[in-house]
Design a protein around this ligand. Sequence first.
Ligand code: 5AD
Ligand code: SF4
Length: 458
Amino acid sequence: MQFQHTETLNQPLRFGEGKQYWINTFGCQMNEHDSEVMAALIENLGYRPASGPEEADLLIINTCAVRKKPEDKVSSMLGKLTVLKEGKNDLIIAVGGCMTQQQDLARHIKNRFSEVDLIFGTHALPRLPELLERAHLEKETVVDIKEDYTGREGLPAARTSTFQAWLPIIYGCNNFCAYCVVPFVRGRERSRRFEAIISEAAALSDQNYREITLLGQNVNSYGHDLPGKPSFASLLDELDRIEGLSRIRFMTSHPKDLSPDLIKTVARGKKICEHFHLPAQSGSDRILKKMNRRYTREQYLALVREIKAAIPGVSITSDIIVGFPGETEEDFSAPLDLLKQVRFDSAFAFIYSPRQGTKAEKLTDNTTYREKEQRLQALNKIQQRISLEENERLVGNLLEVMVEGPSKNNPELQTGRTRTNKLVHFTGPASLTGTIIPICITEARTWNLFGEMEGEPR
Ligand code: 5AD
Ligand code: SF4
């Protein structure tokens, strides 16, 4: 018989009563959501959010390992935070996330920053409360980087927004793209149960959330490991029926797994937003093969044509890696050409960053960093022109915008997003936050749009 967890059986120790916590998150949306789960777990221990790291009794750094840059930022932040411990002996410093899931990096953090009390990998998230308890009691740094996939379902989340919610549907990745550390630090793919996702979405709708973003390294492979193999398209179809929700987003889509069924579902869905984040990574067949992406440039282009034909006004965004080992000038002209053919709404370009344990780490690389920077600049220049031109096509259109709150740079302006995930600024009261309002687009820039309210919020 399955034992039921009840409040009394599973009463958490409340050693955080009267204390404050601060979480610093690096990296992707999955990490942001993991931090929301960490927050809920530690609030159950009695901790309350602090207004800044100096006020905190518990500091958590949720790290990212996808490129070297975020790793360096974590190291410099740790250097600064450990100083806080000098005046505050009982301060607990915990480091979690993708960096710490790697044995060598966990060891490095432990040796270099003796002030760190707890190091916990991505799989240790459900064990955070007991690990913190040990960190309070033990003098030695507590380390938990076991690859143990259990216990993730049913964890609470203290979401930062009251109307937009991250909703993970599949954890991990099986693809082993040659450059990528994610399969090593997030483990193999595990789809959440279909019903668990539907009931979490319904509960979010009951709590007045209006937008959910389904998260996965590769949402298109959702369900292959579940009984009956439900597809991602069927999950979207079912979520689209939840009355209270207004918008459903999803990311990231691996081009090799994006099914014709999914395109039809997005085209037909009422709430499913017309946006695909579909990383191409390269436009050169030779490099795509070396990257182990398992599609050709022509297959990618055909997919984009299919999506654009089926979904009018769809936006397609991408990630591109510049300077993959062995990329020649000729290989590099291929992504430039791809940008021009696809006309992405936006594309994030990154300089290749060698990651420990990956296949690409062992490849010889003769291109200098300076050359890679030049390629990055050339690519960004072309994409920025395309982004601006694509945005200019929207001037004069009336678009549905979900208001996210006052603009960071100018509090007189409100900021929101179109269904296609474009940022829009307009003049209006802050009370519109969380509503959906028609906006007439009056001006286009590379990264955002400006517009005027036309009609009532709903
Ligand atoms: N170097 C540079 N960029 C990388 N990405 C993933 N791994 C690396 C790496 N080693 C990029 C990919 C991915 C995005 C999240 O980060 O473009 O889509
Ligand atoms: Fe990394 Fe490729 Fe998996 Fe994306 S699909 S997380 S790039 S291995």
